[in-house]
Write a protein that binds this ligand. Structure first.
Ligand SMILES: C[S@@+](CC[C@H](N)C(=O)[O-])C[C@H]1O[C@@H](n2cnc3c(N)ncnc32)[C@H](O)[C@@H]1O
Ligand SMILES: [Zn+2]
Length: 373
């Protein structure tokens, strides 16, 4: 099947709906990740302005080669790798079809990363990126881009698997996409720190099937220490949904929920509690989304919300709270306006349409918002 994406035309074996992990026999291509790839191109454009020296890009798991081709189309010096011989043949054909110069290797990503250095390394594996993180953070110069599709382990829905993969404790909460992202960021930051490298997210987004983040590297150990200082824990009450967060590697959870007295308070962490993006960079990325991108509208929407969403962990789900209070959910803009009128900070959060952030507690949100009662 012939597909066109962002100005490159390529052949793929079939189109998957993104609901499966896609470990079938055919070379993988997931049309639902077009938004992810559109944003990758916009990030690469914005990153080049920020770091003009950055030139080489490794698509470490390339499959059909689509991401590598799109980067090469932007003028990056691109290497692409895959262990699957069919994928490598297809990626080479796709590069030739577009007259793009991409160095496609039939090679294990870890071996290749340990063998060579690239300014930007992109990890897009099946499931967790953890098996590739050490090689990426010890060998990339400027930026590591990471996709994780194992959302159930990341958000605590598959608890043991999440603990095993990420060396952290995830919890299944009403803010599961943010839990997943902060678990992923924690593991990436700790991996980079092993190489005295700071890895700080300059852009991150989560959708139903994956978490994606772009981590800028700094080779100073003191900067890596500063990143470690931004790890900590979230204490979450399963009864009233009150949550609190605390910086530091040693958890000190309350014995009971400070709001309702319940002893059903669970601890998650170590989580990345720092910012998940740099607002100014996200604004630059948004300025590089163009109408040739198939997912331009969604990309702009995601980036606009991401740019303005409050930094603080963690978001609330308006529907979940309203259900808890047996209220109908009002229009989000009215709801946020009520919070602001009551003197709180409030913003949408990009995780989904009913996600919002505020510095108000659960009780304060309940009192401040009357619409829907
Ligand atoms: C999710 S797909 C990549 C999709 C692609 N980046 C895209 O945007 O369409 C994962 C790919 O990783 C390849 N792969 C699995 N293990 C690998 C390894 N150790 N090194 C390199 N590639 C690997 C698989 O063959 C598969 O083609
Ligand atoms: Zn409580």
């Amino acid at each position: 099947m012939r597909v066109t994406e962002g100005g490159v035309e390529f052949e793929v074996a079939d189109a998957r709906d993104g609901a499966s992990e896609g470990r079938g026999d055919d070379v993988f291509y997931n049309p639902t990740q077009e938004l992810n790839r559109d944003l990758t191109v916009a990030v690469l454009r914005a990153y080049r302005e920020r770091e003009p020296r950055a030139d080489s890009y490794l698509d470490a798991m390339t499959a059909s080669g689509v991401r590598a081709l799109r980067a090469a189309n932007e003028g990056w010096d691109v290497t692409a790798a895959d262990t699957d011989a069919e994928a490598v043949a297809l990626a080479r054909e796709n590069a030739a079809r577009n007259d793009l110069d991409v160095d496609v290797r039939e090679r294990d990503a870890n071996a290749l990363m340990h063998d060579s250095t690239h300014d930007v390394i992109d990890l897009d594996p099946f499931g967790t990126p953890v098996p590739f993180a050490d090689a990426a953070f010890s060998n990339a110069r400027d930026l590591v881009c990471v996709t994780a599709t194992d959302t159930a382990p990341l958000c605590g829905a598959h608890f043991e698997s999440g603990v095993r993969s990420y060396s952290a404790v995830p919890r299944n909460t009403d803010y599961h996409p943010e839990m997943g992202l902060r678990i992923l960021l924690s593991a990436m930051v700790r991996t980079a720190a092993r190489y005295d490298t700071a890895a700080r997210p300059i852009c991150s987004h989560v959708s139903r099937h994956y978490a994606r983040t772009y981590l800028e590297l700094d080779g100073r150990a003191t900067k890596a220490d500063e990143c470690i200082d931004e790890l900590g824990h979230v204490y979450h009450c399963e009864d009233c949904l009150t949550r609190d967060h605390e910086y530091g590697l040693i958890a000190d959870p309350p014995e009971a929920c400070p709001a309702c007295g319940s002893n059903r308070v669970v601890t998650a962490g170590p989580l990345w509690l720092g910012a998940i993006r740099e607002s100014e960079f996200v604004a630059r990325v948004a300025s590089h989304v163009d109408d040739e991108m198939g997912e331009a509208a969604r990309a702009r929407r995601t980036l606009d919300t991401l740019e303005t969403e409050l930094d603080r962990p963690t978001h609330y789900d308006q529907h979940r709270l309203c259900k808890e209070w047996t209220r109908s959910a009002p229009a989000m803009d009215d709801f946020l306006a009520e919070l602001r009128d009551a003197g709180f900070e409030a913003s949408r959060a990009h995780y989904h349409g009913t996600a919002f952030k505020t510095d108000a507690s659960v009780a304060e949100i309940r009192e401040a918002t009357t619409a829907g009662e």
